[in-house]
Design a protein. Structure first.
Length: 397
């Protein structure tokens, strides 16, 4: 686990025997159960419920959640190792793991009441139920203060009546519970957003259009429509009006997960390229003998290892935050920015190394290329990450 003397100065990441056992167990599951079906589920767009249940049985849907709440009770490094191994086999499965762990479970664990943890966290962390996170709307992406959905307290003061349309909700078509962010005081913009825990099986919850995506196609994504949905006041997460703060804190954790997903995609594309460069013959020798191929391999490997170090640095900052309460926004944004752009670089080079076969669906390289793109977009685009990093360094708020 993470070696710590409970002091900020001595906190360090250590790869323990427990981490190594987890990594090997996840690798075995990913390569034996997930990798063989990845192409089929990518083509069909079907949600891989059977393998998701298997991941849940291993504790992978709530890695950092204490065992008392249905999770594995491990740390940030364990989560990253899991995300890398799962995403190497299939990025769609990686997305499902990321949303469940970082965006849903993390938010409730950090801000939820004991009653909310028992009702919403336990079944999702254990893999029995599936969670989702809903912030984006059709006309509100990076600028959450312009969202149009509304939650109005009823006259009795017992329920919030929610109306509106949310978009790009990962796991939306299959989620049992949703962490929803919507406006309670629109005139306050960002400061008027409140977080709600939504039971997707109640009246007024409608699953809308399923998105036809370029990549991560087995990770179900859809619109969600709320029509006079009555949410009990006890399902408000945190304080009324503190939703944006909660959303951003949760995204810090989420960005580490996406960085790890990007690293997994990059590693898969890199390993395929090295093998191909050793085996493919041209002009009487393996193409790996050519300097241009060697340059690509060197650049790919260097960026992958640099990404890994940034991700581990973000893990360390996240573990430190458990002691100090400080944010780790900068470290998470740097890791997510660099790792996602590395995934795009590496998969692009992988297609080039494979030539025509890299463009063919006979090999998974073209899927890696399609899957990599989303890591530069969701949970904050690369442009947003650069803005976050620069504003932090300039002392701007």
């Amino acid at each position: 686990m993470v070696t710590t003397e409970r002091s900020e100065q001595q906190l360090s990441l250590t790869m323990t025997e427990e981490h190594e056992m987890l990594q090997q167990a996840v690798r075995d599951l990913a390569q034996k159960e997930i990798a063989p079906i990845a192409e089929r589920y990518d083509a069909s767009g079907e949600f891989p419920l059977e393998t998701v249940r298997k991941m849940g049985a291993m504790g992978l849907m709530g890695i950092e959640v204490p065992e008392a709440y249905g999770g594995a009770g491990m740390d940030s490094l364990a989560y990253v190792l899991t995300m890398v191994e799962v995403s190497k086999a299939d990025a769609s499965h990686g997305t499902i793991v990321s949303v469940n762990n970082s965006l849903f479970c993390h938010g409730i664990l950090k801000y939820g009441t004991e009653e909310q943890k028992q009702k919403f966290l336990v079944p999702v962390a254990s893999g029995e139920k599936i969670g989702a996170y809903s912030l984006t709307e059709p006309m509100s992406g990076s600028d959450a203060g312009t969202m149009e959905s509304r939650a109005v307290l009823n006259d009795a003061g017992t329920h919030y009546i929610i109306n509106g349309r949310k978009s790009w909700v990962t796991s939306g078509p299959v989620a049992d519970y949703v962490l929803l962010f919507t406006m309670t005081e629109p005139e306050k913009k960002h400061k008027g957003i409140t977080a709600f825990l939504i039971d997707a099986h109640q009246p007024g919850f409608i699953r809308g259009k399923v998105e036809p995506k370029l990549g991560i196609r087995a990770s179900a994504t859809s619109e969600l429509v709320f029509e006079n949905y009555a949410c009990p006041v006890e399902n408000v997460l945190g304080e009324v009006g503190h939703g944006f703060k909660i959303a951003m804190a949760v995204l810090d954790a989420g960005r580490i997960g996406i960085a790890a997903q990007a690293l997994g995609i990059a590693e898969a594309a890199y390993e395929a390229s090295v093998q191909y460069a050793r085996e493919r013959q041209a002009f009487g020798q393996a193409i790996g003998q050519f300097q241009m191929i060697q340059q690509k391999i060197a650049d790919m490997k260097t960026r992958i290892e640099a990404s890994r170090q940034l991700i581990y640095n973000a893990c360390l900052a996240k573990e430190r935050s458990k002691i100090t309460g400080e944010r780790y926004t900068l470290q998470a944004s740097m890791a997510k920015l660099f790792a996602s752009e590395t995934a795009m670089f590496v998969t692009h080079q992988a297609v080039q190394i494979h030539g025509g076969m890299g463009y063919s669906k006979e090999l998974p390289v073209e899927r890696y290329f399609r899957d990599a793109k989303i890591t530069e977009i969701y949970e904050g685009t690369s442009e947003i990450q650069r803005m976050v990093i620069a504003r932090n360094e300039l002392g701007l708020r």
